[in-house]
Design a protein around this ligand. Sequence first.
Ligand SMILES: [Zn+2]
Length: 177
Amino acid sequence: MADVDRIRIYRHCPRCAAEAMSVRGAQLVVCGACGLHLYYNPCAAVGAFLVDREDRVLFIRRAKDPAAGKLGLPGGFIDNDESAESGLRREVREEIGLEVGGLAFLCSQPNRYSFGGITYPTLDFYFIARVDTFDDARALDEVQGLVVRRENEVDDDELAFPSLRAAWRVFRDRHPG
Ligand SMILES: [Zn+2]
Protein backbone atom coordinates (compact mmCIF):
# COMPACT_ATOMS: atom_id res chain seq x y z
CA MET A 1 0.00 0.00 0.00
CA ALA A 2 1.34 3.38 -0.98
CA ASP A 3 2.03 5.89 1.76
CA VAL A 4 -0.68 8.44 2.40
CA ASP A 5 0.06 12.10 2.97
CA ARG A 6 -0.63 12.94 6.62
CA ILE A 7 -3.34 15.44 5.71
CA ARG A 8 -5.37 12.81 3.80
CA ILE A 9 -5.84 10.31 6.63
CA TYR A 10 -9.11 11.74 7.96
CA ARG A 11 -12.44 10.35 6.88
CA HIS A 12 -14.38 11.39 9.97
CA CYS A 13 -14.07 14.67 11.85
CA PRO A 14 -12.12 14.11 15.09
CA ARG A 15 -14.45 16.62 16.84
CA CYS A 16 -18.00 15.90 15.60
CA ALA A 17 -17.43 12.52 13.86
CA ALA A 18 -19.21 13.59 10.64
CA GLU A 19 -17.81 12.04 7.47
CA ALA A 20 -17.28 15.48 6.02
CA MET A 21 -13.56 16.20 6.01
CA SER A 22 -12.05 17.96 3.02
CA VAL A 23 -8.50 18.96 2.24
CA ARG A 24 -8.01 22.66 1.47
CA GLY A 25 -4.60 23.34 0.08
CA ALA A 26 -1.49 21.57 1.30
CA GLN A 27 -1.79 22.16 5.03
CA LEU A 28 -5.43 22.52 6.05
CA VAL A 29 -8.25 20.04 6.45
CA VAL A 30 -11.76 21.31 7.22
CA CYS A 31 -14.93 19.64 8.53
CA GLY A 32 -17.98 20.57 6.42
CA ALA A 33 -20.32 19.77 9.31
CA CYS A 34 -18.90 21.60 12.36
CA GLY A 35 -16.37 23.89 10.68
CA LEU A 36 -13.32 22.44 12.41
CA HIS A 37 -10.07 23.73 10.84
CA LEU A 38 -7.05 21.47 11.39
CA TYR A 39 -3.70 22.88 10.32
CA TYR A 40 -0.77 20.60 9.62
CA ASN A 41 2.48 22.46 9.24
CA PRO A 42 5.79 20.64 8.81
CA CYS A 43 7.27 18.76 11.76
CA ALA A 44 10.53 20.26 13.00
CA ALA A 45 13.52 17.93 13.01
CA VAL A 46 17.23 18.35 13.69
CA GLY A 47 20.51 16.71 12.75
CA ALA A 48 24.12 17.24 13.87
CA PHE A 49 27.31 17.09 11.85
CA LEU A 50 29.67 16.08 14.66
CA VAL A 51 33.27 16.86 13.72
CA ASP A 52 36.33 15.70 15.64
CA ARG A 53 39.81 17.24 15.90
CA GLU A 54 40.88 15.42 12.75
CA ASP A 55 37.92 16.90 10.82
CA ARG A 56 36.23 13.54 10.56
CA VAL A 57 32.41 13.34 10.66
CA LEU A 58 30.37 10.84 12.65
CA PHE A 59 27.39 9.21 10.92
CA ILE A 60 24.96 6.66 12.29
CA ARG A 61 23.90 3.62 10.35
CA ARG A 62 20.12 3.58 10.65
CA ALA A 63 18.67 0.49 12.31
CA LYS A 64 15.05 1.06 11.23
CA ASP A 65 13.07 2.25 8.27
CA PRO A 66 12.76 4.71 6.72
CA ALA A 67 16.15 4.22 5.08
CA ALA A 68 17.33 1.32 7.26
CA GLY A 69 21.02 0.58 6.66
CA LYS A 70 21.71 4.04 5.19
CA LEU A 71 23.86 6.71 6.78
CA GLY A 72 22.12 9.39 8.82
CA LEU A 73 23.10 11.94 11.40
CA PRO A 74 22.40 11.88 15.11
CA GLY A 75 19.14 13.78 15.51
CA GLY A 76 15.38 13.44 15.36
CA PHE A 77 12.09 15.19 15.92
CA ILE A 78 11.67 18.16 18.23
CA ASP A 79 9.33 17.70 21.19
CA ASN A 80 6.67 20.23 22.15
CA ASP A 81 8.10 23.29 23.97
CA GLU A 82 11.68 22.33 23.12
CA SER A 83 14.24 24.44 21.26
CA ALA A 84 16.04 23.03 18.24
CA GLU A 85 19.33 23.14 20.16
CA SER A 86 18.08 21.37 23.28
CA GLY A 87 16.21 18.80 21.18
CA LEU A 88 19.36 18.08 19.23
CA ARG A 89 21.44 17.71 22.41
CA ARG A 90 18.80 15.29 23.75
CA GLU A 91 18.78 13.22 20.57
CA VAL A 92 22.58 13.04 20.43
CA ARG A 93 22.61 11.88 24.06
CA GLU A 94 19.89 9.27 23.41
CA GLU A 95 21.35 7.91 20.18
CA ILE A 96 25.10 7.91 20.74
CA GLY A 97 25.68 8.88 24.39
CA LEU A 98 27.68 12.06 23.73
CA GLU A 99 27.24 15.46 25.38
CA VAL A 100 27.70 18.26 22.86
CA GLY A 101 28.42 21.90 23.68
CA GLY A 102 28.32 24.67 21.09
CA LEU A 103 26.10 24.19 18.06
CA ALA A 104 26.60 26.27 14.92
CA PHE A 105 23.58 26.48 12.61
CA LEU A 106 24.37 25.24 9.10
CA CYS A 107 21.16 25.21 7.05
CA SER A 108 17.60 23.92 6.90
CA GLN A 109 16.12 21.58 4.29
CA PRO A 110 12.57 20.37 3.71
CA ASN A 111 12.07 16.63 3.80
CA ARG A 112 9.36 13.96 3.69
CA TYR A 113 9.50 11.24 6.28
CA SER A 114 7.47 8.04 5.82
CA PHE A 115 6.47 6.05 8.83
CA GLY A 116 3.72 3.49 9.32
CA GLY A 117 2.17 4.16 5.92
CA ILE A 118 1.92 7.91 6.47
CA THR A 119 4.15 10.59 4.97
CA TYR A 120 5.07 13.51 7.25
CA PRO A 121 6.38 16.75 5.79
CA THR A 122 9.31 17.91 7.91
CA LEU A 123 11.69 20.83 8.08
CA ASP A 124 15.14 19.56 9.03
CA PHE A 125 17.53 21.94 10.79
CA TYR A 126 21.21 21.04 10.54
CA PHE A 127 23.90 22.11 12.98
CA ILE A 128 27.67 21.58 13.29
CA ALA A 129 29.17 20.60 16.66
CA ARG A 130 32.87 20.17 17.40
CA VAL A 131 33.88 17.36 19.72
CA ASP A 132 37.38 16.36 20.83
CA THR A 133 36.95 12.68 20.12
CA PHE A 134 34.35 10.08 19.15
CA ASP A 135 35.91 7.55 21.56
CA ASP A 136 32.97 7.74 23.99
CA ALA A 137 30.26 7.51 21.31
CA ARG A 138 28.27 4.28 21.17
CA ALA A 139 25.29 3.04 19.17
CA LEU A 140 22.15 3.31 21.33
CA ASP A 141 18.51 4.01 20.36
CA GLU A 142 17.59 3.08 16.79
CA VAL A 143 21.25 3.05 15.75
CA GLN A 144 22.78 0.01 14.10
CA GLY A 145 26.35 1.26 14.23
CA LEU A 146 28.61 4.30 14.09
CA VAL A 147 30.53 5.26 10.97
CA VAL A 148 33.35 7.82 11.02
CA ARG A 149 34.32 9.26 7.66
CA ARG A 150 36.44 11.96 6.15
CA GLU A 151 34.62 14.30 3.79
CA ASN A 152 36.03 12.69 0.66
CA GLU A 153 35.02 9.22 1.86
CA VAL A 154 31.25 9.69 1.66
CA ASP A 155 29.24 8.57 -1.35
CA ASP A 156 25.98 10.53 -1.82
CA ASP A 157 24.07 7.28 -2.42
CA GLU A 158 24.87 6.14 1.11
CA LEU A 159 23.04 9.08 2.70
CA ALA A 160 19.55 8.39 4.02
CA PHE A 161 17.45 11.32 2.74
CA PRO A 162 17.47 13.92 -0.03
CA SER A 163 17.50 16.62 2.68
CA LEU A 164 20.65 15.10 4.16
CA ARG A 165 22.31 14.92 0.75
CA ALA A 166 21.51 18.62 0.26
CA ALA A 167 22.82 19.53 3.73
CA TRP A 168 25.95 17.47 3.11
CA ARG A 169 26.69 19.57 0.02
CA VAL A 170 26.27 22.75 2.11
CA PHE A 171 28.52 21.28 4.80
CA ARG A 172 31.27 20.39 2.34
CA ASP A 173 31.10 23.83 0.71
CA ARG A 174 31.35 25.71 4.00
CA HIS A 175 33.59 23.53 6.03
CA PRO A 176 37.25 23.61 4.97
CA GLY A 177 39.00 20.25 4.92
ZN1 LIG B 1 -16.74 18.25 12.54
